[in-house]
Design a protein around this ligand. Structure first.
Ligand SMILES: [Zn+2]
Length: 79
């Protein structure tokens, strides 16, 4: 049974949520699909050139791995 999925239409919001989480991991971002402020994000990156994040929302049932190409969405200035 297919649960809620990130689609191209909601990818921007999903990436924004990941960026928020990276900036403040102690604060749960808002779910890009249902808007609940309890999105779970975990880093599953395994390679130096790409990053994988798992997004889990208890509210709407989202559970999806997202691939984030390095350099594509990271705003300047890290650390
Ligand atoms: Zn949700």
């Amino acid at each position: 049974m297919a649960g809620p999925q990130i689609t191209p239409a909601t990818m921007d919001a999903a990436l924004a949520a990941i960026m928020e989480w990276r900036a403040a991991p102690e604060v749960a971002p808002v779910c890009p699909l249902c808007g609940a402020g309890e999105l779970g994000v975990s880093d599953h990156s395994a390679r130096p050139h790409s990053e994988w994040y798992r997004l889990v929302c208890r509210s709407c049932g989202l559970d999806q791995m997202l691939h984030v190409p390095l350099g594509a969405v990271v705003p300047g200035g890290e650390g």
